[in-house]
Each structure stands twice: as structure tokens, then as C-alpha cells.
Design a protein around this ligand. Structure first.
Ligand code: PLP
Length: 394
């Protein structure tokens, strides 16, 4: 038997998963080339050569100890390199002692929540959100508190944010560049969030942690730079991974980096290392820590993602879809052509378009397109979008 809670969660299976299954059926019926699958956020491009070269060198190396356990926080020299990369645009530099290597961003978020939450503590997230946050928070007996972002720009509604902070709030999770909107939060927004949190910490007499989940940080367009969260609030925590930037989603490698302004950084890091161990991760994969350590500031060819974004943005805008132009990540989040986003996505399926309803991200009325796909598929899919719009006109 499985637990009631897991059984309940399975019934609410993710929309992304459901559309993936639907896609399988459509592909069997119409042939893979005739189905336009925009449902999954699986990195499309192969890792840079520096990554595969280092991997080959390590695999062929006879050096002793490459595959052993290490400090639960990870290899100190790798953590120092991660810190050095973060320090490029920071007011108060961090050191290796502020970094813990994790099993991807997902592992990092779970470690962080396990370390900070007491049962019943609240965690604020912003809709539309990465659906797994809800489960991660519940994994550690936390209570998700959901705040809607503004429809005009998908940035947090700061008044609603301020009003939602209570004596039980322990963490706030932001995700910029955002999945599913592709929006990058402005400096001004982060500055105001930092000010609100500072005020609320004083009011309630306890720490609130601002967790910046940023696996898409390297995937940005138009020369935009993602602000460094550590410049905006003293209790900030960066969680990142190389899943998207280096195309290593299946290898599970990432990190947590806390602000050097933490009053008791040593205790906090000990808590993280303990939870990394006792959640069963033990440590991030040894080989992959070493593989990425020379490629931290490289990325897959982002111009290839930009080409896809530009083609789709142009076409969908011409067709009259209402949307905010994404500045990062590989997603669009347009308004559905009817209020019921689930019904809309089902209609789109009739044109072999696989989209994900906004309801799956806590934001009904919209839908997500994931454009980490083959360019030729995008080109082939454009008439299907035209037909879908025609269908709604009639
Ligand atoms: N956070 C967000 C917003 C994501 O979109 C994803 C993956 O798609 C993750 C975290 C998990 O990333 P990772 O593969 O590094 O665990």
C-alpha cells in the first residue's frame, strides 16, 4: 500500500505528465512528425564541449579517490569555484563555506526546506509557479501560501506579498527567470521585496529566508542580466543547477549558496549538510561536481533558444495571442482563447498541439508553451496555431 497522501497526490498527476502521455497517444496515431509537442521542459541542446571533454578525462583518469565520499557539502575546491562565479556581481563576496553542492535544484530546495521548516511553517510562492514546489513544501510539513503575480507583467503583487507574511512565514520562494512565464524580476521589485522582508522580520522577531530558485539564470536574451539576489536581502539563498545552463538535467548537479551576511552561517551550513546527508542524497554526485567545475560560466548555445523564442513570439503575436515577451528560460505563457484553459488545451490537441494549461501552475486562463524543441517542429507547427485561432474565431 502507498500512503493516503501520496495516493491523493498521484490522482492530481501533473498536467505536464498528462500531456506527455497524451502526446504519446497522438504520436502513435498521427506519426511523431505530425504532433507538435510543447509540453516538456527537457533541455534540448547537448552540453558544451568543455563538459564532455572533462567527463572523458575523468573517466579515463586513474587518480585515486575520484569516486569516494567527500564532505557532505561537496568538494571544497569545487565550492570555491562556484563562490567565485557568484562573486562576479555581488556587494559582499561569499566563500566556499557558504556553498553546498546538491542533487540538482530540486534536491537543493528539498534540503533547504528540510533545514528551515518547523511543522506548520508557511512558505510563500508566487503563481504561476513550478508545480513541484507544493509537493516539496509538503514533504517537510510546511504550508504553501500562494500569491498571484500581476497579469500585466507576471511580477509579484507587492501589496499582496506584504499582507501575506505572518508570524509563521519562514521562507519565500521566487523563481526568475521564471517557469512558466519567462519573466525576469526587475531590480526594483527585488529591492522592494527585500525591504518588506526586513520590516516583517523585525515585526515578527524571526528570520525569513528569501529563496531564489534560478536554474534558468544563464538562459537569458537581449543582453539582459539576472540580478544577484544576495545584493537585495541579508537572508537570501540562491539555489541553482546546471540542468538547463549546461544541458545536464539527467545528471543531477546543482548548489545552494547562502548570503555571507547570515549571522550564524556555520550553523546554517551544518544544518544543510546534515539534511543533504539524511534525506539520503549524502552528497552531490562526485564525478559531476568535478565535471562542471571548469565550465561554471559556460552554457549551451543560448542563441539557439533565442531563435525559437523569436519565431514563436512573432507568430503568436501576429495571431493575436496576448502575452508578456519572455526575457529568459524557454517558455511562453500566453492567455488562452477561452476562460477555461483546460478546455482550451483540449481543443488545441485536436490540431495536434500539445500545450500545458495554466491551471497546472496555479494560474488558470493561460497556457504554457515550452520551446526547447526541434526548430523544424516549430516551423511545422505554425499552421496548427493558425488553425486553432481560426477555430476560435468561428
Ligand atoms: N525549479 C524550476 C523552476 C524548474 O523549472 C525546475 C526544472 O524544470 C527545477 C527547479 C528543478 O531543476 P533541477 O533539474 O536542477 O532539479
Amino acid at each position: 500500500m502507498i500512503s493516503r497522501e501520496v495516493s491523493e497526490n498521484l490522482k492530481n498527476a501533473s498536467w505536464i505528465r498528462r500531456m506527455f502521455v497524451e502526446g504519446g497517444k497522438l504520436k502513435a496515431e498521427f506519426g511523431a512528425d505530425n504532433v507538435y509537442d510543447y509540453s516538456l521542459g527537457n533541455p534540448y541542446f547537448e552540453p558544451p564541449k568543455s563538459v564532455t571533454d572533462k567527463l572523458k578525462a575523468l573517466v579515463n583518469s586513474e587518480a585515486q579517490g575520484t569516486h569516494r565520499y567527500m564532505d557532505n557539502a561537496g568538494f571544497p575546491e569545487v565550492r570555491q569555484k562556484v563562490a567565485d562565479a557568484i562573486n562576479r556581481d555581488i556587494d559582499h563576496p561569499i566563500g566556499f563555506e557558504h556553498v553546498l553542492m546538491t542533487v540538482g535544484a530540486a534536491g537543493g530546495i528539498n534540503v533547504l526546506l528540510r533545514t528551515t521548516l518547523d511543522a506548520g511553517d508557511e512558505v510563500i510562492i508566487f503563481a504561476p509557479y513550478f508545480a513541484e514546489y507544493i509537493f516539496y513544501i509538503k514533504n517537510h510539513n510546511g504550508v504553501p501560501v500562494i500569491i498571484k503575480t500581476n497579469e500585466a507583467n507576471f511580477e509579484p503583487d507587492l501589496e499582496a506579498f506584504e499582507n501575506s507574511i505572518t508570524a509563521k512565514t519562514r521562507c519565500v520562494i521566487i523563481n526568475s527567470p521564471n517557469n512558466p512565464t519567462g519573466v525576469i524580476y526587475a531590480d526594483e521589485t527585488l529591492k522592494k521585496m527585500g525591504e518588506i522582508l526586513l520590516k516583517k522580520e523585525a515585526e515578527f522577531g524571526r528570520e525569513i529566508y528569501l529563496i531564489s530558485d534560478e536554474p534558468y539564470k544563464a538562459l537569458v536574451y537581449d543582453g539582459i542580466k539576472v540580478p544577484n539576489i544576495h545584493n537585495f536581502f541579508r537572508h537570501s539563498i540562491m539555489i541553482n543547477s546546471y540542468s538547463k545552463s549546461l544541458g545536464l538535467a539527467g545528471e543531477r548537479i546543482g548548489y545552494i549558496a547562502i548570503n555571507s551576511a547570515f549571522e550564524d552561517a556555520e550553523l546554517f551550513m551544518s544544518g544543510l549538510a546534515f539534511c543533504n546527508r539524511t534525506l539520503g542524497f549524502v552528497n552531490a554526485p562526485a564525478l559531476w561536481q568535478k565535471v562542471i567545475s571548469d565550465s561554471l560560466e559556460e552554457s549551451v548555445d543560448i542563441s539557439q533558444y533565442q531563435v525559437r523564442r523569436d519565431i514563436l513570439f512573432k507568430k503568436l503575436s501576429e495571431l493575436g495571442f496576448e502575452m508578456v515577451e519572455p526575457k529568459g528560460a524557454f517558455y511562453f505563457f500566453p492567455k488562452a482563447l477561452e476562460a477555461d484553459d483546460v478546455a482550451f488545451v483540449m481543443e488545441a490537441k485536436k490540431f495536434n498541439l500539445l500545450l500545458v494549461p495554466g491551471s497546472g501552475f496555479g494560474y488558470p486562463g493561460y497556457f504554457r508553451i515550452s520551446y526547447c524543441v526541434d526548430l523544424a517542429m516549430i516551423e511545422r507547427s505554425l499552421p496548427a496555431f493558425e488553425q486553432l485561432v481560426e477555430y476560435y474565431k468561428n
